[in-house]
Design a protein around this ligand. Structure first.
Ligand code: PDD
Length: 288
């Protein structure tokens, strides 16, 4: 029996859920999405993910088909009935099917809404103990990277560069400054200070990024939110990547060169990782 998915107000077996070939999500990548981690069936930072979904919808001028309570209901139902305790819940809203292929928005829009759950697999212990490797690239994406759109071809090509080099992530630079990873936020650490790129139209406002900065503030780790040059990134003592599905991971080589000394995770990574795990445990015990 295949898992149930939500499609336009109906709960269907995944292999019975069908979307039109005329859907603008399929033909133009005209849609937005969210990935919400769920631990012990409790969605992590659900309100923040739904708020970002709203910002993405506003950014592409697509009316939100549901109110916040309805969204919370769908996510909760999926989290409760999926076969795994830990899941990642995927939400996608596209501008829906068109009668004829036309770039301009159709007059009467019936968006396509999909929710599905997948097993959540956090990175293996080896990745956080030994660190991961990354390559770098010019950030070839468009100028609205603050919107979480399904038009992800540039991100896919960038991620594939890492895979082709036997690495995990691609760190992106635009005009000499750090933006983010192909599917993650990036932090640098220099002389005990956590450096975070400033949120703007060139990067996704990461939910995990916010958690990391909140944890730094809470535990007295100094941090600065500002533009970070490529040279500073390469000369950092530590580099971290984070996302909803990878949590926080240390990057130990960039383009084959060690970050910091020794090509091993730096001293601030382990405390941040344990603060993150502690925070998750609190979320699991209380509500989202
Ligand atoms: N991606 N930047 C980009 C380009 C991303 O795709 C992601 C996450 C992040 C981290 O955001 P958050 O902490 O809110 O997950 C930053 C998700 C996991 C994905 O596309 O699957």
């Amino acid at each position: 029996m295949s898992a149930r998915v939500f499609l336009n107000g109906q709960w269907l077996a995944a292999d019975e859920a069908k979307v039109s070939v005329m859907d603008r999500g399929f033909l133009f990548g005209d849609g937005v999405y969210e990935v919400i981690p769920v631990y012990s069936r409790r969605p992590f930072r659900l309100e923040q993910h739904l708020a970002r979904l709203q910002q993405s919808l506003d950014g592409i001028q697509l009316a939100n088909p549901y109110g916040i309570e309805a969204w919370i209901g769908f996510v909760t139902q999926l989290a409760n009935e999926a076969e795994w305790e830990d899941q990642s819940i995927y939400i996608q809203v596209t501008r829906g099917p068109m009668a004829v292929r036309n770039h301009a928005f159709p007059k009467h829009v019936a968006p396509t809404v999909v929710l599905l759950a997948e097993a959540m697999t956090t990175p293996p212990a080896s990745q956080r103990e030994q660190g991961i490797t990354a390559v770098s690239s010019a950030d070839i994406r468009w100028l609205r990277c603050d919107l979480k759109t399904t038009s992800l071809l540039a991100n896919c090509l960038l991620r594939q560069m890492a895979v082709a080099a036997g690495c995990v992530e691609t760190v992106l630079f635009r005009d000499g400054f750090l933006t983010e990873g192909s599917a993650s936020s990036i932090f640098a650490i220099k002389e005990g200070v956590l450096l975070a790129p400033m949120k703007n139209h060139l990067m996704l406002p990461g939910i995990t990024y916010d958690v990391v900065l909140e944890l730094a503030a809470q535990h007295g780790l100094p941090y600065e939110v500002r533009d970070i040059t490529e040279a500073e990134t390469r000369a950092a003592d530590e580099l971290w990547m984070c996302s909803s599905t990878k949590e926080v991971l240390p990057i130990v080589t960039l383009d084959g060169r060690s970050i910091g000394s020794g090509g091993r995770p730096g001293p601030l990574f382990a405390p941040m990782y344990s603060w993150y795990q502690e925070f998750k445990t609190t979320v699991m015990r209380t509500s989202a």
